[in-house]
Design a protein around this ligand. Structure first.
Ligand code: MG
Ligand code: MG
Length: 272
């Protein structure tokens, strides 16, 4: 049986927004902490403190047995990386995904950061992935369908730029559960799939590989890596479906402000 879609009231959307803003704040903290030599472990610990100081709890920790507050996925790690004690290098890209739970609702967002020695072709991958998220959000309005969102991502990243669009992992509805219906794939056909309606809140999260689309599971039981070892980018927003435009509940601008103030990171600010 198909899982039901839970439609949210305006009040519920505000609760989800508060959580998404705390997620964004946590990712901004990560963006201010990321330095060559610091470890994911350290950032994870401080992220958890920030979330708990706000009276919320980490949404990922303990979810299906996941051990940490953040998913930190480096270079060829696509998603679900476990923060480790390996220091970051000056040529790493670092995808950080964060969820929080408060007042019975979740928030979810992600951002891929880059150190200064990351190759131009990889910076381009990050820029294109970020733009694909924006294109997907443009489709997140009443009357469009889930396939329009996936098509927007796939068309731009795969057709225009030749990147690999991960198929095994998808975006999702979000609310009282971290993962709700509908699934939000990063590939699809225009005009197909679930009809978007007012009250739907979805997390859109393109996971795009510089090389092939295929991924493999690591022996730690969590980390997803690209099959060919190529780097992978991941940007995520939680959005409420709107009449004329989507209501973006998470906020990348405060993350980008932190990056601007961190001399050890380079900004990902694509021109559309
Ligand atoms: Mg996420
Ligand atoms: Mg998500």
């Amino acid at each position: 049986m198909k899982k039901p879609i839970f439609f949210k009231t305006d009040e519920e959307i505000e609760l989800i927004r508060q959580n998404c803003l705390l997620v964004s704040k946590t990712l901004a903290l990560a963006g201010s902490l990321l330095k060559v030599g610091i470890t994911g472990d350290k950032i994870d610990k401080l992220a958890e403190e920030l979330i708990r100081d706000h009276g919320a709890v980490p949404g990922f920790k303990g979810y299906g047995g996941f051990p940490s507050t953040l998913c930190i996925s480096v270079n060829d790690q696509v998603v679900h990386g476990i923060p480790s004690n390996i220091p970051f290098n000056s040529d790493d890209i670092v995808s950080i995904d964060c969820g929080v739970l408060n007042n019975g609702y979740y928030g979810d967002a992600a951002y891929t950061f880059a150190f200064p020695e990351v190759k131009n072709e990889v910076i381009k991958l990050l820029e294109v992935t970020k733009v694909s998220l924006a294109k997907a959000i443009e489709m997140s309005v009443v009357g469009k369908r889930i396939g329009d969102i996936g098509f927007a991502v796939q068309q731009f990243t795969e057709k225009v730029h030749g990147y690999g669009v991960v198929r095994e992992l998808v975006g999702h509805g979000i609310g009282q559960n971290l993962h709700e219906a509908p699934e939000v794939p990063n590939y699809g056909r225009r005009g197909k799939g679930v009809l978007l309606k007012k009250g739907m809140v979805i997390a859109i999260e393109p996971m795009i590989n510089l090389g092939v689309k295929e991924v493999r599971h690591s022996s730690d039981g969590w980390t997803i890596k690209t099959k060919d070892g190529s780097p992978s980018a991941h940007y995520e927003h939680s959005v409420a479906i709107g009449l004329d435009s989507a209501d973006i509940l998470s906020d990348h601008s405060i993350i980008e402000e932190a990056i601007k103030n961190n001399a050890e990171l380079v900004g990902i600010s694509p021109k559309k």
